[in-house]
Design a protein around this ligand. Structure first.
Ligand SMILES: Cc1cc2nc3c(=O)[nH]c(=O)nc-3n(C[C@H](O)[C@H](O)[C@H](O)COP(=O)(O)OP(=O)(O)OC[C@H]3O[C@@H](n4cnc5c(N)ncnc54)[C@H](O)[C@@H]3O)c2cc1C
Ligand code: FES
Length: 316
């Protein structure tokens, strides 16, 4: 699994600004003590609805930007695509309002030990963690191709910033309203060939991540994907966010995306089985045999074959 987990803290954070960008809202909070702990790929869990709300569960957001300096003792920004009651409540906050947040949560992206060409892919608001990641990779001498994709132009996020942060920027939209018409995966094979890319980093919808992981595997390179699995507690207690992940020992386990993720190596997630507990997963319910007696191991689900070494794009 990618990088180590950081110590999260909980703060009452003042809303500093709420800015509309296309179909999204960029929200900045005064969050002292958090910025210095954050790496790209971490997320924040925010309580919504106020003290008397029936919305008990926090909502999770990728951390877009942090700034440890300044008069607020550190700031944190997120990009919100309003969806249901929780996110609607959040984006209707005004400067001076307070929200309760916990960050940084989860395991962030791992960086290659030596500079290698990398492709960063952000789908919609999934672009949020990619700018800081691009800057860190370039500071270490890596070539960074950034690909931002969405259904339509108003759902692309951060084009100006992307041009600044990465070596190259490519945009794709499904309706052709900006950049290449199609999906992010349409442009990946050419980019991999052009720059001999060794790692693809992705953040966005599950289908996009599955497709990215597939392209990476087809080209024999590594991928790291920040998944967006539904979460309840956000801190590893409730098991709402589990998905089937193949360990280095070749065994599939149901793994919590809030604590062991949200970033996973793409070739270790069983994308087609997400939302299920596969029969061969460690601890999965054993199928009940009604008429025939159990006969040794033949009655048990097969264990997956041990896997050979895989490329990790220089990440150890
Ligand atoms: C690690 C992570 C990073 C995320 N980053 C962002 C981001 O940067 N920007 C952004 O706009 N959204 C992000 N999301 C999705 C965001 O958390 C959901 O859109 C939000 O929780 C929906 O809450 P709601 O009350 O508006 O919607 P509702 O659909 O009313 O939510 C009902 C319940 O389902 C859960 N839920 C619903 N959809 C999701 C979802 N897609 N992911 C997780 N839980 C969900 C909510 O937590 C809530 O408990 C992220 C989710 C995760 C897990
Ligand atoms: S959301 Fe509760 S364990 Fe992950």
């Amino acid at each position: 699994m990618p990088s180590a987990v950081a110590d999260p803290i909980r703060v009452e954070a003042e809303v500093l600004s709420v800015r509309r960008v296309g179909e999204y809202f960029v929200m900045a909070f005064a969050a002292p003590g958090i910025a210095e702990r954050v790496s790209p790929g971490h997320f924040v869990a925010i309580a919504v609805g106020g003290d008397r709300s029936s919305m008990l569960l926090r909502r999770s957001f990728s951390i877009y930007r942090v700034d440890p300096s300044g008069s607020f003792g550190g700031t944190l920004e997120i990009v919100v695509g309003p969806k249901g009651a929780g996110t609607q409540w959040l984006v209707s906050r005004r400067p001076g309002d307070m929200v309760n947040l916990i960050a940084p949560l989860g395991r962030p992206f791992s960086l290659p030990v030596d500079p290698v060409a990398c492709i960063l892919v952000g789908g919609g608001y999934g672009a949020a963690p990619m700018f800081a990641l691009a800057e860190q990779l370039r500071e270490r001498g890596s070539h960074v191709d950034l690909v931002l994709g969405a259904a339509t132009e108003s759902r692309l996020f951060g084009l100006v910033e992307g041009r600044r942060a990465a070596t190259t920027l490519t945009t794709t939209t499904e309706d052709g309203s900006d950049g290449v018409q199609g999906r992010v995966t349409d442009v990946l094979p050419d980019l991999i060939k052009q720059h001999d890319s060794q790692v693809i980093y992705g953040c966005g919808p599950m289908g996009m991540l599955q497709a990215i992981a597939g392209v990476a595997s087809d080209h024999g390179i590594a991928s790291q994907c920040a998944v967006e699995e539904s979460m309840a507690c956000g801190v590893g207690v409730c098991m709402t966010c589990v998905l089937p992940v193949i360990g280095n020992d070749g065994v599939t386990r149901m793994v919590r995306s809030c604590t062991e993720g949200p970033v996973f190596f793409g070739d270790q997630v069983r994308w087609s089985d997400v939302g299920t507990v596969p029969d061969d997963c460690l601890g999965a319910p054993t199928p009940t045999v009604v008429s025939a007696p159990l006969q040794g191991r033949g009655a048990l689900p097969d264990e997956p074959a041990p896997r050979g070494p895989v490329s990790r794009g220089g990440v150890r």
